[in-house]
Design a protein around this ligand. Structure first.
Ligand code: CA
Length: 222
């Protein structure tokens, strides 16, 4: 017997059949996104979205920061899990893709909990730190461009409160992290992030093999 499951399409269908609770709003946003060029690869998997929603509830988060809005599927999942007076700040380099998600946020009744920021994520994180000070967020979800992952992680560690959670997406990066043939800036960015997190005494860590790899890093109390 294998000591680790390999996720076949058949088994993934089974997981979805027996756990997914995606409603019409989420499904329609996912279907609209899938029609975009590269949409299916860039979009958060539905079971991962549901996991993010559960994480927000489990941590009792009231303030969440997301880097990489894309069409707003994961933002919708997390915003719904917030209390009514909660806040999700979500940032993307362009308004082009997030604008697709806005009507869905409205339909779900969570648009008033979502604050959009458009711009380079390093700059946006710097602005947030200057405006609101450190340790402002309970959960940070990092899912922007991969080459800058190490910088985003360092900035996120300042912005997340002690005991708060950093969630990093795509940390297995289509399996490329473990294949030395890939030396592009994105793969190297994810590798550098993984090495940084592994050796970082400031956090407790778990690297999950769901979706495209999801790393959880909890900032330790001082
Ligand atoms: Ca992603």
């Amino acid at each position: 017997m294998a000591d680790q499951l390999t996720m076949s399409p058949q088994l993934l269908d089974y997981v979805r059949d027996f756990s997914l609770r995606e409603d019409d709003v989420l499904r329609e946003l996912r279907e609209e996104t899938a029609e975009l060029p590269g949409g299916t690869a860039l979009q958060t998997h539905p079971e991962e979205g549901q996991f993010l929603s559960l994480l927000v509830r489990l941590t009792g988060a009231a303030a969440v920061l997301e880097l990489g809005t894309y069409t707003g599927y994961s933002a919708l999942c997390m915003a719904r899990a917030l209390p009514v007076d909660g806040l999700l700040v979500t940032c993307d380099i362009t308004d082009r893709w997030p604008s697709i998600g806005v009507p869905y946020w409205k339909r779900a009744g969570v648009a008033d909990r979502v604050e959009q920021r458009i711009g380079d994520a390093v700059a946006v994180l710097g602005e947030l730190l200057a405006e609101q000070g450190p340790a402002r967020f309970d959960v940070v979800f990092i899912d922007a461009d991969k080459a800058n992952y190490p910088r985003y992680y360092e900035q996120s560690l300042e912005l997340v409160r002690p005991g708060g959670l950093i969630v990093v997406d795509n940390t297995l990066f289509f399996g490329r992290v473990a294949d030395p043939a890939f030396t592009d800036a994105d793969t190297e960015g994810v590798r550098a992030l993984n090495a940084l997190v592994r050796d970082d005494d400031r956090v407790e860590v778990s690297m999950l093999t769901i979706a495209d790899g999801v790393t959880l890093a909890r900032r330790k109390e001082a």
